[in-house]
Design a protein around this ligand. Structure first.
Ligand SMILES: NC(=O)c1ccc[n+]([C@@H]2O[C@H](COP(=O)([O-])OP(=O)(O)OC[C@H]3O[C@@H](n4cnc5c(N)ncnc54)[C@H](OP(=O)(O)O)[C@@H]3O)[C@@H](O)[C@H]2O)c1
Length: 315
């Protein structure tokens, strides 16, 4: 089967594109050809590339049509951030592909209510990104219901893999937090440290896309969370990482306004966004309908990534 993967050289694509090749799919990667994949793999030489700039092509209205012209039976869209992007792709592909698998995010939920959050609860998204991704989800599910458009939606948590820093126990991307834990130095945790983060190793995201491809009919018109087995509290995350480094985590719990003073504006905004969402999502639906079984726990995924950060002198 021929699969076109839009954004196939990024965090998810770095695992998914090689996995598709190893599973026998003919693969065409749609990207600008600017980004070097995070991981080396023989697959990068065996796939076809369609160099399209989505932003430019969407402005002229040709992106959906040009993806359809690739002639793939299935399309995986990893880079849909605007409702208008989803509309253009659907209109271009309608009647011309057998399956579109869209990459969403658990940010579609906004804050959690009853946890673990299931896919069927009402959405309360906030923030520009979460609202746009939720609007896209509503549109795609409606297209499936009302027009029979063959789409499946996968919603990952915080992406983890080798080659970049994962969300840390302070809820942002500053790798110095891991360095402090490694050295037994104090780290500043906001509030009581009971807000949560929900990671996912990109190999498990890739596994889920493959399962959705193989079990097309089970996933049509459906949304699935793709996260690790369990979310982590920030303080529990710090404690477990301290244990892994062989140094008890030396944590200072600080009220939000006081905590903010130790970080940059961007880090504060990232932490605030993660704390306000405090995701904790269920994987029961993906497990039941797709047979999804994550290989990595959140901590295993983070520890593999931090090992890479240490090997590269970042931590
Ligand atoms: N980051 C997270 O923790 C997180 C969490 C949940 C969900 N998500 C979702 O995951 C998806 C993003 O996946 P990712 O992090 O794997 O992506 P990514 O690492 O940002 O990769 C971007 C990919 O898109 C290509 N690309 C970028 N700009 C392009 C353009 N203008 N035209 C064509 N191709 C372009 C890049 O290649 P070139 O640069 O060579 O073009 C690359 O292949 C999104 O749908 C996001 O909502 C992310």
């Amino acid at each position: 089967m021929h699969v076109a993967i839009i954004g196939g050289t990024g965090h998810i694509g770095g695992y998914l594109t090689p996995m598709l090749v190893e599973s026998g799919y003919q693969v065409t990667c749609v990207s600008r050809g600017v980004k070097k994949p995070y991981r080396d793999h023989a697959a990068w030489k065996s796939i076809a590339y369609a160099h399209l700039d989505r932003d430019v092509e969407e402005r002229t209205g040709s992106f959906g049509e040009n993806v359809a012209k690739i002639g793939a039976e299935a399309v995986i869209d990893l880079t849909c951030y605007h409702p208008s992007s989803a509309t253009q792709l659907v209109e271009g592909l309608r009647g011309r592909v057998g399956h579109l698998i869209h990459c969403g995010t658990i940010w579609i939920h906004g804050h959690s209510t009853i946890v673990p959050t299931t896919e069927d609860v009402p959405r309360h998204p906030f923030g520009d990104y979460g609202i746009r991704k939720s609007t896209i989800e509503t549109y795609l599910v409606k297209q499936a219901k009302e027009t029979g458009f063959p789409v499946t939606l996968l919603h990952p948590g915080h992406l983890v893999g080798t080659g970049w820093a994962p969300i840390n126990p302070c809820g942002n991307f500053n790798p110095e937090v891991f360095s402090a834990l490694k050295n037994g130095d104090e780290i500043r945790i906001p509030n009581f440290g009971m807000e949560t983060v929900h990671h996912i190793h990109c190999e498990d995201v890739a596994q889920a896309f493959l399962l959705a491809l193989k079990q097309r009919d089970a996933g049509l018109g459906q949304s699935f969370h793709i996260v690790s087995e369990s979310a982590l509290t920030l303080r529990g995350y710090a404690e477990q990482m301290g244990e892994w480094f062989g140094k008890p985590a030396h944590m200072k719990l600080l009220l939000w306004d006081e905590w903010k003073q130790g970080f940059t504006e961007k880090e504060v905004a990232t932490t605030e966004d993660h704390m306000r969402h405090s995701p904790n999502c269920s994987i029961e639906k993906a497990r039941g309908l797709l047979g999804y079984k994550p290989r990595y726990t959140s901590l295993q995924a983070v520890q593999e990534s931090v090992t890479w950060l240490m090997q590269n002198g970042i931590v």
